[in-house]
Structure formats: C-alpha cells, structure tokens
Design a binder for this molecule. Sequence first.
Ligand SMILES: Cc1cc2nc3c(=O)[nH]c(=O)nc-3n(C[C@H](O)[C@H](O)[C@H](O)COP(=O)(O)OP(=O)(O)OC[C@H]3O[C@@H](n4cnc5c(N)ncnc54)[C@H](O)[C@@H]3O)c2cc1C
Length: 815
Amino acid sequence: MQSIPSQARVVIIGGGIVGCSVAYHLAKRGCSDVLLLERKQLTCGTTWHAAGLVGQLRATLNLTRLAQYTTQLYEGLERETGQATGFRQVGSIAVAANDARFEELKRGASMARSFGLEVQILSPGAARERWPLLAADDLVGAVFLPKDGQTNPVDTTQALAKGARSGGVRIAENVKVTGIRTHGGRVTGVATEQDEVRAEVVVNCAGMWAREVGGWANVAVPLHAAEHFYIVTQPIAGLRSGLPILRDADACSYFKEDAGKLLVGWFEPQAKPWGEAGIPEGFAFDQLPADLTHIEPLFASAMHRVPILEQAGVQVFFNGPESFTPDDRYLLGEAPEMRGLYVAAGFNSIGIQSAGGAGKVLADWIIDGHPPFDLWDVDIRRCMPFQRNRRYLRERTVETLGLLYAMHWPYRQAESARGVRRSALHDRLAAAGACFGEVAGFERPNWFAAAGTEPRYEYSYGRQNWFGQAAAEHQAVREQVGLFDQSSFAKFALKGADAARALGRICANDVDVPPGRIVYTQWLNERGGIEADLTVTREAEDAYLIVTACATQTRDFSWLCRHLPAEARAVALDVSSAYAVLGLMGPRSRELLATLTDADLSNAAFPFGTSRIMDLGYARVRASRITYVGELGYELYIPTEFAQSVFDVIVGAGGPFGLRLGGYHAMNSLRMEKAYRHWGHDISDEDTPLEAGLQFAVAWDKPGGFIGRELLLRQRESGARRRLVAVALERTDRFLYHNEPIWRNGELVGRITSGMFGHTVGASLGLGYVANGGAPMDPAWVAAGKYEVEVAAERVSARISLRPFYDPESERVRC
Ligand SMILES: Cc1cc2nc3c(=O)[nH]c(=O)nc-3n(C[C@H](O)[C@H](O)[C@H](O)COP(=O)(O)OP(=O)(O)OC[C@H]3O[C@@H](n4cnc5c(N)ncnc54)[C@H](O)[C@@H]3O)c2cc1C
C-alpha cells in the first residue's frame, strides 16, 4: 500500500482510462493538487481488455466532437509523454447491407463532414478494395473514416497517467475508497481503507462500480454491467497489416486486424447482464466464462461478412464486463444531488474512444464550474432517481448493449423495462389505442392507432406507419379540438415571502406579476446560455407553480434549488406527481369547456397568459390559457386522484365538438409549425435568447436584474452571431431529424436542431441555427440566401424564415 496525503483539492476514484484521462486533463489545466485512488492496479477493471477501437462518428454533433478530440489526443500522446500507446490511425469502414442502414450511415457522414471530420462514402466495390477479405456482394454501400484508429488501451491509459504525473497528479494504487464524506449537501472528502482524505471535489470514475460508489452519497449513477464478447483468431495468412477497422452493424460485428490476426467482437441484440449482486471483491484483470452457445449465431454472421474466418482457428475466446446505462449514453458531470461530486462512468463499450473528450470536458467542468459547451446528451442530470433500481437496470441492460449497432431509427422506443411511470389516465389511453413512447421512464401517448390496428411502430427514415394518424390528430387540433395527456410535465411549487424576489433573479422574464398570470421564461447561466425553458404561474403573492419538461425534471429542480439564496424565505418542492395535466387545444376548446364549467371563459375574463382555479366536472382544477401547439387552448392541472373523472367528462362531452385524443408526434408537428423551441434540441445552455430569437421573453430592465443579464446586454450591443430559423424543405418525401447541414448559396452556414412534418403547412419542417461567418446577424442576409439542407448526403432545396410558417402573428392563440 502506498501512503496517501490527508488532503487534495480533487480526489478521483478509479484508475481506468477515464479516471486517468480526467487526471491528465486537470493537470493540463494547471490543477495539480489531484489524488487518483485505484483499489488495485491501473486498468484492472474494464480498460485492460478493451478491443481498442477508436471511432469518431457518434449519434450527435457534440459527442462526435468529443470522440474526434480523443483521436487527436491519442495521436500525439506518445510523442508528448514518451510512453508508447500503440495508437495507429488505420481508418474505419462501416458497411451497410440494406438501404436503411446506408441512409443512417450517410446521414452520419453528412453531419460529420459539416464540421470537418474526414469521411468518404464508398461503393461496395470500393469498400472491398480497402478491405480485400470482405464479402461485398450483398452490400449497398459503406462509409470510410480515414482518421479513425485503434489503440492499446493499457498503454494509452499508462500514457495518460504518466502525463498526469508529470503535471503533478499523485496516483496511488492498491488504495480502495470505502466511503464518500459529505456535509450540508457538499462532498468533503473520501474514506479509504487507510485514512480519510479531505477534498473539495470527488470524481467518481469507478466504472462498473460507479453505481455503488454513487450510492454512498445517495447519488443515482444508473449503470449495470453486461458481458461483452470477442474472439481473436490464429494468425491468418495474407492478412494485410494496417487494415481499417471494419464494422458491419447489421451483422452486429466489428473486425480489427492486429499482428496478423483478426479480433472479432459483437454487440448482440439480447445481451447478458452481469454482476447484479455486486462485483466480486477481488475482481482485477479477470475475465468471465466463455459462452459459445451465446456467440455461435454471431460468429455465423461474422463469417458471412468475412468468409476467411471459416478457416481461421480461434486463439482466444474473450468475455469481459462493461457498464451500460439505460439510454446507452455515458454519465458525465456534477451530480444534482451533491455539490462537488462529479461522475464520469457508464461508457457503454466506447470508453476508450470517449475517454479523451470526456476527460477534457469534465476537467473544464470541474475547474470552470460549468460544461464548456452543451453536453446534455451525456449530462448526469438527465437521470431520474428511480433509475438506480436494480431490476430496471438489469432488464434494460439486456437491450442497451445491442443498441450500439441496432438501427438508430427516428422515434425508436426502448423495448425493455417499460411501464415504469404511468399517468393516472394510462389505461384509458391504452384502451383508446395509444402507442406509448417513453421519456425518463414515463409512458406517454405518441400517437393513437386507428380502430382495429395495432399501436405498434414500423420504423423507417421516411413516413412511418403512424404518419396518417398523427396527421388526423394534428388536423383536429387546428380545426376543432384535441386532448393531450401532458401529465409527464415536471411541476415545482415555490412558496414563501421571498419567492418573487428569489425567482426574479433566476428568470430572464419578469415574474413579479399579479396572481393569475402565467409567464413564459428562460433560466440563464452567467454566459447568457439557456439552462431551462419553462412557464411560471403566480398562484398567489407568495406562491408560484413552475412547469417544465419531463426530461429536465431533475436538472431544472436542481438549478432552482441551487440558485435560491440560502437566506431567502422560500421553499421549493417538486410536486410533479401531485397533478395530472390535460391539454385541451383547438379553436373549439372554449365551446367544449363551457359545457363543463360555469366559469366565465370569455376572452375578456380569461385572456391568453392567465390562469384560474375553476370547477370542472366534479373537480376543482387549475386552467391555464397557454399553448405549445399554437391554438386557443387550456392546460388543465388536476389533482391526480381527480384526473380520471375529469378526463371522462371531457371525453364524454367532446363528440359534438370533434374532440380527438392527440399524441406527442402530433404535438411536435403543431409546435414545429409555430417554431416553438424545444429545450435540449433547439435551445441549450450554449444558446442565448438573442440567438434563439426569444428576446421577447427577456425583461431587460426589471428591478433586481437576472442571472446572465450582463452577457446578454453585451450581446445585444454587439449583435448575435447566429440565429435560430424555421426551415421548410421543398420536397415532402425527405424528413429532418437533427444535425442536417444547412447550406446557403453553396456555403455551409448551420445545422438543423429538430425536425417534424408540418401537416397544415404541408412540408417537412425543421428549426436550426444559421451564421454568417461570425458577422452580426442581419435579417436581410437571412432573407437573401438560396438555401439547401443536406439529407443523407443529398442537398434538398429549402425555404428559411425568421418567423413561424403558421400564424406568425399568433392571432389564433389570443382569440
Ligand atoms: C470486451 C470489451 C471490449 C471493448 N472494446 C472497446 C473498444 O474497442 N473501444 C472502446 O472505446 N471501448 C471499448 N470497451 C469499453 C471500454 O473498455 C470501457 O468503456 C472503458 O475501459 C471504461 O473505462 P473506465 O475507466 O470507466 O472503467 P474501468 O476501466 O473499469 O476503471 C474503473 C476503475 O475503478 C476502480 N475502482 C472501482 N471502485 C473503486 C474504489 N472503491 N476505490 C478505488 N478504485 C476503485 C476499479 O478497480 C477500476 O480500475 C470494451 C469493453 C469490453 C468489455
């Protein structure tokens, strides 16, 4: 055992590639008072046995950027540290055996190329030229990334550790951390088998142990180990050295040439969770028993793609555990439950290729107190407390390993561990034909199947089977009235004599309004970036109801609590489960509601942007005139136990008004026509209200100011350098999802952030940012361009507008 200091600014738990990368990058930023504690030896957990593939193309722009950085880092690490890494930039080829897979690859290629990642689209023949042992006859195409590589995970980790040590970091092996010390919601240090170590910051990089380690501080780190299999062949005569990595996702297989042999690994659709009763105490450089029955069918598909495997003998059958998260994205950032406790874990089989980027941005996050750019995809604040549940994790893990190579269909829904959180109306909606999607464990109707048909997705990149149903739901809302179950909304109560003052600092808009008023507002960070996008209803002088999206429940509540001044007489409570929410939306919503309440619903008595408690059926509900679909409508906040009776009276009365149940796909189409922004896609903590076109919701001169005002004032002075615009494709057979490049007069000027077909406008719509090479944005410049959007490597003409395509004056909302 090495002796360890009693104090360090940062303690890192875990000496895998991720812990070492965090240490390395902290040192690079000049933070050298860092102690890394490893219970056994560096790399002894999952890192040592990784296949070492270092790919760059990920599902989203920022994750691709991080993987790209990793490649650049590994490329120079040996030069920098003198420690060999085994990194070789051999490139990679991903092949497609069907049109849908090729579309997926081409969409990724378009996204990657738009920010300078080298990528080529290949014919099957060209792929075979680069990989001569490939059976290419049944292929449709391929994508080649010349800068992808492979590395030796142990040596690369040692190089990162060496770099960290030379920057002043202390690394102690054979020191097991046994507890996390906290006080008043902050970490204060760790307990180890030797001594206690005081620390301002503790970083949980404990790989598949990270859930247990987080649990010591009551922090949810939802991950579960699964078995991951590969084989290494005997030497294969004629196998060319330096072959690119080969991925055949349709065969669940990857292939890596190494020293004249092939390493072949799999991401199979039904994985084997491991370690549910805990990781054995002595686990170090261990492997799990081979399971030939499990890999036999996988082996057969690999042989189909690379027939020489039929003759090659197998030298190694390898099976090792790796941790997986419920949504297949890693967990990064400061835990919402505990200040100073950071997490970098759950790498879903891409920890080697992600470690460089993840370590860098986490070091920035620790030192600067915020992420360097939008990292919502992997931010640990997306997790819900229930996701620590072991049964949930075990069941979901069966599916998540395979998702790595499964088709990443638009709107794809998880198939395992479903039905976790259900609205009070769930059974009624199911009986009406709802096809549910899941967000943060919450089952929400995405669309309603026609009578006699199955509420089941048939996925594609084009019109999916629900297109017509969602169109009819959309039309009902535009022309008559629709009913949405929006119970999954997160709701927070803020009460107390100082509530208005404290909330006023947090909100960019003015929330010191008379009781009964609703305010649409953003919460900004000091950099002017949008941390949250929500509505605030003043219920009384000293009481607010804050409503936000289901997906951001943890994040937004944590932001609220952390920004209430300690001395403020105000208390925040998460009341999400207390209320069901129904959205009654459409031009006939008032008429319908009038049959169920004696409240005065006239525009004069109950205008847009106000909220009332009223009788409805046998209940008392809060009705708020607000909309996310761009029509006259009411959000009804109903104490949960009244939800069913209220739903029944509305549906019972709805027939004569053309009432139709609506799902989230229709809602998305409706909001897209109105260019209503969606936090997490169109707006994030790196976008300001000026860039997002939301300055109408900024109360510049309200008393007391607000967080982010100074930055925003400067930006208003100098002019925003990018602007969110509404986009409509000229073709109706192509669909926008995210990250599609936007071209103006043949020059790349931006990307799509979200997309959906607009049934009233009759076009494939999207929102996205455009920029004029760093010049202040000028509406005339936006209007003057000729635009195209690149969809799967093909450019499609588009119209662009600074205003919504539907009802730009919002007359229908206010009528
Ligand atoms: C078979 C296989 C092949 C793979 N191939 C690839 C690939 O080709 N490319 C790729 O990108 N990824 C690959 N991966 C995934 C990759 O190996 C992992 O994502 C990565 O190694 C995770 O690194 P880590 O640092 O998070 O975890 P680990 O390497 O497991 O490190 C965690 C460390 O924490 C230590 N620890 C735990 N608890 C404590 C405690 N209480 N006190 C002190 N220390 C503690 C452990 O001993 C361990 O060393 C593969 C994984 C497997 C299983």
